[in-house]
Design a protein around this ligand. Structure first.
Ligand code: BGC
Length: 826
C-alpha cells in the first residue's frame, strides 16, 4: 500500500499538497479527485457519532458516556461498543471519530470529567485500547485525544500545564501509549493547552515521543482552532489543521516551504499520513479499507446499549432493610412505587459540549420503571426540586407549526428582512456550524426566527423565553414580551455560549388546550475565540417551563414517598453543569436535591437513590439511605437498564473508575491556573492514592462497587521470581458465597513501601473479571504487565524497574484488599 500512497503523493504540486493539510470546513477534509481521494468526514465522539449536523434531524445512537464505559471494567464490552460506533459512523457517512478521550480524571471539578475514562492510566488505557480496536475493526478511524495534560477546562485555550517528567510519563502519557502502540490508533488530536511552556500543537513530544518512540504512523490533527503557527507547528509534527478552510497554514505554509523554512519532505510526510488514513477508512480509490461494517438492526443496538448501561451502574451501597438488602427489589407484593427527583422523568443520558449527540429516543427512569413494573404496580412521579435555575429547552410536544404539525418553523432573514430560507424542526435547540445549509452562507443571514404555537395541557403561569448570545426578541400573541441584548460572563469559553447561553424569559398565562402564537427572533453575536473573524457557530434555544412554587413541589414529592412502599429518587447534574468549556465550581448536587433525598428518606425506609451524573458528586446523606446506585450518563437506554437492575433482572456491573470524594477540595488538585500556569503539584499522587498518602478516607474508594452476590477471596499465587520487564500472571481463587450467579472484578494493587523512587502509595497493576454460579469456586488469572512495576527515571529519560520485592494486594477495591502476595523482581 505504501508504494501506491507515494505514487499518488508524487503527482501533486506543493500547493495541492498543502491544501490537503487544512480542513475544508468544520467537519470535513478536502477531496483531491486527481489522485482518487474523496472527501473525508470527521465527527465527535465519544458517546455516539453526531455526524455533520448539530441537531435533532440526524439522530445518533447514544452509548453510555466514557465514565460509564470505564466503570464496566469490561474490555470485550467496550470493544463491542466500538464496533457499534463504527456501524453508526458508516451509516452517517463519517470516516473519523473524534474519540476516545483518554485524559485523566485529575480532578472531579474538570468539566469534561464525564468524557474521560478514569483517574488511573492502566484502566484508561485498557478501556481506550478496546474502544479503538472495536471502532477501527469496523474500518472507522479513532482519534485519541487530547494530547496531552488536557485535564481541565478553565482557560483551556491558553493554560500551561506544568507537569514533571515522571508524572507525565507514568500517568498522562501512559494513558495514550498503549492506544498508540497496541491498538494502533489511526489519528491523535493535539490539545489546546501548553505543556511545560510549549503549546501542544507545536510540542516536541509529537515527533519525539508519539512518532519516533511509539512509532505512530497516523495523522496528528489539531484540536479545533488549536493550531496557532505556520513553521513551528508544521516542523513540530502537527499534520492537519482543523477546522478549515482558514487557519495558519495554506498559502503561508507554501511560502515557508519555498523560502526553505519548512522542508518539503515535512509536508510530504504529512500528506502521506493523510493518504494512509484515507486508505484505511476506504476514502482512496482502488485501495481496500480495513473491513466494511454490516448494519445493525435497531433492536440489536437497543439491547447492547441497555446491557452496557447496566454493566456500568455502580451500586455503592446496599444496606439491609428488615433483614435483607434493599436491592434488588422484591417485586412480589409490590403495589406502589414513587419515582422522584429532577432526573426521574428527564433522562440525562450524556454530558455537554462536543460530546453532545441527538439520540433517536431516550428512556427516562420513570418510563423504564413503569414499563418493567407493569399495570399491577402504581408508579407516581414527582420532580420534587429542580436541578437547574435555567429554563429548559421547550418540549416539542407543546409546540405546533403553523401547519398544525408538532414542532416549529425556523426562518432565516436577510438584513432587509426577506426570508432566505425555512426549516421545519422538531426541537427547541438550534445550532449551525459554518453555514445554514449548502446554499446559505452565514454572512447572508442577519437574524433567525422561530415561529410556533404553544399549547399546554395545564392552565397556569408558564415561563417562555429564549437563550443565546446576541439579541433576543420574543413576541407572544402579537405583542413583544421582551427584547434584550445578552452577555456572557467575562472570559467565558465559546462553548459556554453553546451549552449554557444567557437566557431571557417572560411569564405568560396559558390556558390548557389553547394555542398561542409565539415568535422568537435571534440576532447572533460573534462568539469570539472560534476562528479569526467569521461567526462560524450560531446557536440559540427556545425555552418553556411551567412555573411551580418550589415548596409545593417538594412537599408533593415527599407525600408521594410516604405513601409508597419504595421511593426511587433520581438526582443528578445536567449537561449544563458537566460540560466542555468550563469546570465545575462545586461537587454538590445542584439545587435542593440533598434536601429532597433527606426528606424522602425520613418518610420512607426503602429509599433508593440513583445518581445520574457523569462525574463524582457529594452524597452527604449516603449513610442515611439504604441504597445508592451511580448510573452516570448512561445513554439512551437509561430507564430500561435501571429497571433491569433495580428489579434484579441484571446485576449492577460497575466498579468506580475514580475515587468519590467526601468533601469539597480536600485531597483534590485545583483546576484553576494561576498566572496562566496550572501546576500539577500532586505529581504522581492522583486520585485514591492521594487520600492514602494523606491518611484520609474518601466517600467511596476507587474500584468499589457491589453486585448482587458475595465473594470470598480464597488464595492468590504468583511466580516466585520474574524478569525485570517480564511481568507476571497472578492466579486468584474465589468462591461465590451468595445466592446468585455474578461477575466480580478482581483488582491487583501494587505497592513498594521501601522504594528508592517516588511512587503512589499503591497503584492498580492489573485486573480481570471472574464469573461464577452460586456456591461455585473459580480461579481467575490476572496479568500484571512488566510496565505496571516500572517507574520513569527522569535522569536517564527511560523506564526502569527496581529489583526486589513488590507487594501485590488483591481484592474488590482500592480500599478492600483481601489477599497479598510478594513478587520478587530479579
Ligand atoms: C474539543 C474536541 C472536539 C472538537 C470538535 C473541541 O472544542 O476540545 O474534543 O473534538 O472541538 O468538536
Amino acid at each position: 500500500m505504501e508504494a501506491i500512497l507515494r505514487e499518488r503523493l508524487a503527482s501533486l504540486s506543493l500547493e495541492r499538497k498543502v491544501r490537503l493539510l487544512t480542513g475544508a470546513d468544520f467537519w470535513s477534509l478536502h477531496p483531491e479527485p486527481a489522485i482518487g481521494l474523496r472527501r473525508l468526514v470527521v465527527s465527535d465522539g465519544p458517546a455516539g457519532v453526531r455526524g455533520e449536523r448539530w441537531d435533532e434531524r440526524d439522530p445518533s445512537a447514544n452509548v453510555p458516556s466514557p465514565t460509564a464505559l470505564a466503570a464496566s471494567w469490561d474490555e470485550a464490552r467496550v470493544e463491542r461498543i466500538g464496533r457499534l460506533l463504527a456501524v453508526e459512523a458508516r451509516r452517517k457517512g463519517v470516516d473519523v471519530l473524534l474519540a476516545p478521550t483518554v485524559n485523566l480524571h485529575r480532578s472531579p471539578y474538570g468539566g469534561r470529567h464525564f468524557e474521560c475514562f478514569s483517574e488511573d492510566p492502566l484502566l484508561t488505557a485498557r478501556i481506550g485500547v478496546a474502544y479503538v480496536r472495536g471502532l477501527q475493526a469496523g474500518g472507522v478511524a479513532a482519534t485519541v485525544k487530547h494530547f496531552v495534560a488536557n485535564d481541565s477546562e478553565t482557560d483551556r485555550w491558553t493554560l500551561d500545564a506544568q507537569v514533571d517528567e515522571q508524572a507525565l510519563r507514568e500517568r498522562y502519557l501512559a494513558a495514550f501509549e498503549p492506544v498508540v502502540r497496541e491498538a494502533g490508533v489511526w489519528a491523535v488530536m493535539a490539545a489546546y493547552n501548553s505543556v511545560n511552556g510549549t503549546t501542544a500543537t507545536e510540542h516536541p513530544m509529537l515527533a519525539e515521543v508519539l512518532k519516533d518512540e511509539w512509532g505512530f504512523d497516523g495523522v496528528v490533527m489539531s484540536d479545533w482552532y488549536a493550531a496557532r503557527s505556520t513553521e513551528p507547528a508544521a516542523n513540530a509534527a502537527l499534520d492537519l489543521v482543523m477546522p478549515g478552510p482558514g487557519g495558519p497554514w495554506g498559502g503561508r505554509l507554501v511560502a515557508a516551504v519555498r523560502a526553505g523554512r519548512v522542508p518539503e519532505a515535512v509536508v510530504d510526510d504529512k500528506v502521506l499520513r493523510l493518504l494512509r488514513l484515507a486508505a484505511r477508512v476506504g476514502a482512496l480509490d482502488r485501495v481496500d479499507p480495513a473491513v466494511p461494517p454490516a448494519p445493525l438492526p435497531d433492536a440489536t443496538v437497543a439491547a447492547e446499549l441497555r446491557a452496557s448501561a447496566a454493566a456500568g451502574f455502580v451500586l455503592v451501597r446496599n444496606a439491609d432493610v428488615d433483614g435483607a438488602p434493599v436491592l434488588p427489589l422484591d417485586r412480589s407484593g409490590l403495589r406502589r412505587v414513587a419515582v422522584l427527583g429532577p432526573n426521574a422523568a428527564a433522562a440525562r443520558t450524556l454530558g455537554g459540549g462536543s460530546a453532545t449527540v441527538f439520540p433517536p429516543y431516550t428512556v427516562s427512569p420513570l418510563d423504564g420503571l413503569r414499563a418493567a413494573l407493569g399495570p399491577g404496580v402504581r408508579v407516581d412521579h414527582g420532580q420534587g426540586v429542580r436541578s437547574s435555575d435555567r429554563l429548559p429547552v421547550a418540549p416539542v410536544a407543546l409546540l405546533r407549526r403553523p401547519d398544525g404539525t408538532e414542532g416549529v418553523e425556523v426562518r432565516f432573514l436577510a438584513a432587509d428582512g426577506t426570508v432566505r430560507g425555512r426549516e421545519p424542526r422538531t426541537g427547541g435547540a438550534f445550532t449551525w456550524l459554518s453555514s445554514f445549509g449548502p446554499e446559505l452562507p452565514m454572512g447572508e443571514v442577519a437574524a433567525v426566527e422561530v415561529h410556533t404555537r404553544v399549547r399546554v395541557a395545564e392552565t397556569g403561569t408558564w415561563l417562555l423565553g429564549g437563550s443565546g448570545l446576541g439579541q433576543l426578541r420574543l413576541t407572544v400573541a402579537g405583542r413583544v414580551a421582551f427584547e434584550v441584548a445578552t452577555e456572557l460572563p467575562p472570559g467565558a469559553d465559546p462553548v459556554e455560549a453553546m451549552m449554557r447561553p444567557p437566557q431571557a424569559w417572560a411569564a405568560v398565562e396559558l390556558r390548557a388546550g389553547e394555542e398561542v402564537p409565539a415568535v422568537l427572533r435571534y440576532r447572533p453575536r460573534d462568539l469570539g475565540g472560534f476562528g479569526e473573524t467569521e461567526v462560524a457557530v450560531v446557536t440559540f434555544q427556545l425555552n418553556l417551563a411551567r412555573q411551580v412554587p418550589d415548596e409545593e413541589e417538594l412537599e408533593r414529592a415527599v407525600a408521594l414517598a410516604a405513601e409508597a412502599e419504595v421511593a426511587v429518587v433520581v438526582v443528578g447534574t445536567t449537561e449544563e453543569v458537566e460540560s466542555e468549556g468550563f469546570d465545575r465550581d462545586s461537587l454538590a448536587l445542584p439545587g435542593r436535591q440533598d434536601e429532597l433525598v433527606r426528606r424522602v428518606a425520613a418518610v420512607n425506609p426503602r429509599t433508593v437513590v440513583v445518581v445520574n451524573s457523569g462525574a463524582p458528586v457529594l452524597l452527604p446523606w449516603a449513610g442515611q439511605v439504604p441504597a445508592v446506585l451511580v448510573a452516570w450518563f448512561p445513554g439512551q437506554e437509561f430507564g430500561n437498564a435501571l429497571a433491569d437492575v433495580l428489579c434484579g433482572d441484571r446485576e449492577p456491573g460497575g466498579r468506580l473508575p475514580t475515587v468519590w470524594p467526601a468533601a469539597e477540595h480536600r485531597h483534590l488538585p485545583s483546576t484553576r491556573p494561576v498566572d496562566g500556569k496550572l501546576i500539577y503539584e500532586e505529581s504522581v499522587h492522583l486520585g485514591n492514592s492521594a487520600y492514602d498518602r494523606a491518611g484520609a478516607r474518601p466517600a467511596f474508594c476507587f474500584g468499589h462497587g457491589l453486585g448482587y452476590t458475595t465473594w470470598e477471596y480464597l488464595l492468590v499465587t504468583a511466580p516466585p521470581q520474574v524478569e525485570p520487564d517480564g511481568g507476571a500472571v497472578l492466579k486468584v481463587r474465589l468462591h461465590n458465597t451468595g445466592t446468585r450467579a455474578g461477575r466480580e472484578v478482581v483488582q491487583v494493587y501494587a505497592s513498594r513501601p521501601d522504594s528508592t523512587v517516588e511512587r503512589p502509595a499503591r497503584w492498580l497493576a492489573g485486573f480481570a473479571a471472574a464469573t461464577a454460579d452460586p456456591g461455585q469456586e473459580v480461579t481467575v488469572e490476572v496479568p500484571v504487565a512488566g510496565r505496571a512495576l516500572a517507574h520513569w527515571d527522569p535522569a536517564a529519560h527511560a523506564w526502569a524497574v527496581e529489583p526486589g520485592s513488590y507487594r501485590l494486594a488483591v481484592g474488590p477495591s482500592y480500599g478492600d484488599r483481601r489477599l497479598t502476595v510478594l513478587l520478587a523482581v530479579k
